[in-house]
Design a protein around this ligand. Structure first.
Ligand SMILES: [Mn+2]
Length: 350
């Protein structure tokens, strides 16, 4: 991990290096491909489209390649209609520069990996933990709140080098969408003073509709989603003297509401917020009823990733998941609860 750029001077030097390379290529009207990760979120898409806008203004011919259609919840963002849905016949296109944003392992590009890898040059702009060697064309800075925070700095540097104003209303909206997405609207611990200053500057200078961003990114829901959430919340049960809150969702419960698995997103995280709850567990029957999908959230000493590994899954310390085969929902519930109670019993309270 020592190879990671964590020194601010090294980050500044890499930003200068990348910006000057991007400007050179743009002046030569080169073709630049920009690659957000698969299932792009607000940060991946916002940073990709913002960078694309800036490089186009400088003369590049840019294309943002995506693996799947932009999800409905992000279609309100400016310029999402300009993304190109990747198809196999695009694999032999020759890009002068390929830029990966919000990822640092090319396998997160899925079908687009070979197009990315065959470009004449590549660059990476990201804030996820990495084991990659430190290279000048890879801006991987884990102390940044988001990739959008890094793209803001790149565009500032491009303005400086080109003596042109590049930020505009669209770029402002795209970057604030990315900043808000990854910081939980500036509420998580990864929120940096720099992210706040960038947002303040963008809001001061450009037209950004914060209420729309908040609604679209965080509050928007559907009647179906509200109803299935109500059903699941009403069915929650407690164990371990209230330290575990859990729910098991049979497929019929979803079918009755015409709800999909996606409608259960964030539910286990919301369950964890209840007073006194250390661990929340949500189990659901898969669409073909052959598997039980589990999602675990922890507030306490229970390591959600280690717990999920007991069932062949994994994830992060506070949020993880697993899939159980060959068990009914009832059997899986009994097994998972027994393990959770014993693990919670054994771990040190912190
Ligand atoms: Mn991100």
């Amino acid at each position: 991990m020592s190879s990671l750029k964590q020194d601010t001077d090294a980050v500044t030097a890499t930003i200068k290096h990348l910006a000057s390379g991007f400007l050179d290529l743009s002046r030569k009207k080169m073709h630049v491909g920009i690659f957000p990760h698969a299932r792009a979120d607000g940060d991946a898409l916002g940073s990709a489209l913002a960078l694309s806008d800036a490089l186009e203004q400088l003369g590049s011919e840019t294309t943002v390649f995506v693996d799947e259609e932009v999800v409905p919840s992000l279609q309100f963002l400016p310029q999402t209609d300009s993304v190109l849905l990747f198809t196999e016949d695009m694999s032999d296109r020759q890009l002068d520069l390929a830029i990966a944003v919000d990822l640092n392992t090319p396998d997160r590009l899925e079908n687009r990996e070979s197009l990315f890898s065959s470009a004449a040059q590549y660059a990476i702009v990201d804030h996820h933990v990495s084991n990659r060697e430190d290279k000048q064309n890879e801006l991987i800075y884990t102390k940044a709140s988001s990739t959008s925070e890094l793209v803001f700095r790149l565009i500032s540097e491009l303005e400086e080098l080109s003596s042109r104003e590049l930020f505009n209303d669209n770029i402002a909206t795209l970057l604030i969408a990315g900043l808000m997405t990854d910081t939980g609207r500036f509420s998580y611990n990864n929120t940096t003073p720099r992210a706040l200053r960038q947002a303040a500057w963008l809001i001061e200078k450009f037209t950004v509709n914060l209420a729309t961003l908040t609604h679209e990114l965080f509050e928007r829901t559907t009647v179906t989603q509200l109803q299935i959430r109500g059903d699941v919340f009403a069915s929650t049960k407690v164990a371990a003297n209230g330290r575990i809150l859990y729910a098991s969702v049979p497929r019929d419960m979803l079918d009755k509401r015409n709800a999909t698995d996606d409608d259960l997103d964030y539910l286990s995280s919301d369950m964890r917020e209840a007073d006194g709850v250390d661990v929340s567990i949500l189990l659901r029957e898969s669409a073909n009823r052959s598997e039980i999908h589990g999602s675990v959230r922890s507030n306490s000493c229970l390591d959600a990733a280690a717990f999920s590994q007991l069932f062949g899954g994994g994830g992060h310390v506070r949020a993880a998941g697993f899939v159980i085969e060959d068990m009914t929902l009832e059997q899986a519930e009994a097994e998972v609860l027994a393990q959770a109670e014993s693990m919670l019993d054994q771990c040190k309270i912190n």
